[in-house]
Write a protein that binds this ligand. Structure first.
Ligand code: NAI
Ligand code: MG
Length: 352
């Protein structure tokens, strides 16, 4: 049975990096002997401007049939407000496909400088709750546009929702260094985060081998910058996880590197894999976007599909290219074009 993959290249550099990801994916399929069936979808801001919706209702049914979805980025901030593009595509996909885990590895790649002194070799995986919390969409605006306006945006934590995310993090921690950092703001938010901390403490009893440390999220952000090597697996809510993972992404050296997996661990729905970065309108159309984040997204996808050897080979090839430092895009201080990086990675793949 071929793996059925739905592609949503999206906007801007999304349309430039996704084809590169497909090139390495197809090469890996040939080498490792698996088949692919790839379907392209046009959902994007361009689609919105033509049809008045980021994605038609029927798209959910079509996308649901795939084993996995690979997304570039959506966003065209000069023509479509960002809350329209984000809440019209990525957020509904996360919610309708119950992609309740957002998994983000963060580690520097060999040979690439980081903004941290001494380039510490950190290796962290963030588990972000991805379906509720601060992004549940609950709230409203009263007396809109008047001086007395009030805007409410309510955090919604359900015990079930928190528990499944926390449990996933413990299961991951036990396979790694057995250290779990729990990032909340239960000092300032006495309902939602206090319940979250209680759930972590309860689940922790089932994992006596995992060392759990509770952090205030702001202190954890400071520690990320000061000494990221102390962290292994970090679990956090939707908003806090969003902030911490972008910070960790910046510590990797470029937004052109990190990728994330939006997972439905039960596999009732397809999981979605994406580079962390956006559509980068400032460099779109120039052919200089860094495709490494997309390769990394492909690697996460292959791992989830059960092609761990192919995923490992891909990351080894990428690391061989960065270690050599000859073929790098401008965000990493090089002069290579997007397609040249793919060629370099494909050459390394033949060696590994
Ligand atoms: P961005 O990630 O698109 O760009 C931030 C900076 O990083 C820019 O200077 C850009 O040139 C650089 N950059 C990003 N990816 C790069 C790559 N692969 N290679 C080289 N340089 C890269 O974030 P920004 O500018 O805040 O957002 C632009 C648009 O993207 C907005 O419409 C935003 O809503 C959308 N966006 C979409 C996301 C998604 O679809 N998941 C995620 C983040 C932003
Ligand atoms: Mg973000």
């Amino acid at each position: 049975m071929p793996y059925s993959i739905g592609l949503i290249p999206g906007d801007g550099i999304g349309t430039e990096v996704i084809p590169e990801g497909v090139r390495v994916l197809e090469a890996l399929a040939a080498w490792f002997g698996f088949d692919l069936q790839i379907t392209d979808y046009p959902y994007s801001c361009a689609y919105y401007l033509e049809h008045g919706t980021m994605m038609p209702e029927a798209a959910f049914e079509a996308l649901k049939q795939h084993d996995a979805i690979l997304l570039g980025a959506v966003g065209d901030p000069r023509r479509v407000p960002d809350h329209v593009s984000l809440r019209g595509l990525l957020v509904p996909l996360r919610q309708r496909f119950d992609l309740y885990i957002n998994l983000r590895p963060a580690r520097p790649l060999p040979g690439l400088p980081t903004p941290l002194k001494g380039n510490p070799a950190f290796d962290i995986v963030f588990v972000r709750e991805n379906s509720e919390g601060e992004y549940a969409g609950a709230g409203g605006r009263l007396r809109q546009g008047t001086p007395d306006e009030v805007a409410l945006q309510t955090t919604v934590f359900t015990r079930k929702g928190v528990e499944r995310a926390v449990r996933y993090a413990f299961d991951l921690a036990i396979k790694r260094q057995k250290r779990l950092a729990n990032a909340t703001k239960s000092n300032a938010m006495q309902y939602a985060f206090v319940m979250w901390d209680e759930v972590v403490a309860e689940v922790a009893r089932e994992y006596p081998d995992v060392e759990v440390t509770r952090y205030h999220a702001d202190a954890l952000a400071a520690m990320l910058v000061r000494d990221p090597t102390r962290l292994d697996v970090v679990v956090a809510s939707n908003l806090i996880g969003d902030l911490l993972t972008d910070l960790a992404g910046a510590l990797q050296g470029s937004l052109g590197l990190p990728a994330s997996a939006n997972l439905n661990p039960e596999r009732t729905y397809p999981s979605l894999f994406e580079p962390v970065h956006g559509s980068a309108p400032d460099i779109a159309g120039q052919g200089i976007a860094n495709p490494i984040a997309t390769y990394w997204a492909v690697g996460l996808m292959l791992e989830f599909l059960g092609e761990a050897a192919a995923a490992r080979a891909l990351m080894q090839a990428v690391e061989a290219v960065t270690a050599e430092g000859r073929v790098l895009t401008p965000d990493l201080g090089g002069t290579a074009r997007t397609g040249e990086v793919t060629r370099a990675v494909l050459e390394k793949l033949e060696e590994v």
